[in-house]
Design a protein around this ligand. Structure first.
Ligand code: CMP
Length: 140
């Protein structure tokens, strides 16, 4: 196993309900270390670019709108095997399929308002981290 970094976003449905600390407690308890963090308001252009891979999907417009409705917390998590560990702790995209104890089972409202985003591969993690953070902002 290698020390990895992954991008985590606490989404508007969660920041709105004051769940940032509770969600990060789940991550930290799982051994994920928060090595960079900021609360930001995404623009429509930024959210659209971040989710460009889903541009042709029917939910794209609604997803972008949901991501700009409230501030988000973007953060870099570091751990051995961080990409897979983070995805495991987040749970399935659809909260009705998520395992007990996962962030989405505990907190998500729907498949779209699913409280958190996490990179799905190490390669995407590198690109998604660079989308939001300069290397100098990441403090292991
Ligand atoms: P995320 O892990 O951020 O990656 C893409 C997002 O699109 C996903 O979480 C959900 O918020 C959203 N999403 C995925 N599938 C659907 C769907 N079928 N309907 C609505 N939103 C979806």
């Amino acid at each position: 196993m290698a020390l990895e970094r992954t991008l985590s976003i606490i989404k508007p449905d969660a920041t709105k309900r004051n769940l940032t600390g509770k969600i990060n407690a789940v991550f930290e308890d799982a051994g994920l270390r928060i090595v960079a963090q900021k609360r930001i308001q995404l623009s429509e252009k930024q959210a659209g670019a971040f989710y460009a891979v889903h541009k042709e999907r029917p939910f794209y417009g609604s997803l972008v709108a949901s991501m700009i409705a409230e501030p988000v917390v973007v953060q870099v998590l570091q751990a051995e095997n961080a990409v897979a560990k983070h995805r495991e702790v987040m749970g399935a995209t659809n909260p009705s399929d998520a395992a007990e104890g996962t962030v989405r089972k505990l907190f998500a409202e729907s498949i779209e308002a699913n409280s958190v985003h996490g990179s799905d591969s190490l390669e995407n993690a590198k690109n998604e981290i660079a989308f939001f953070f300069a290397e100098t902002e990441i403090l292991p």
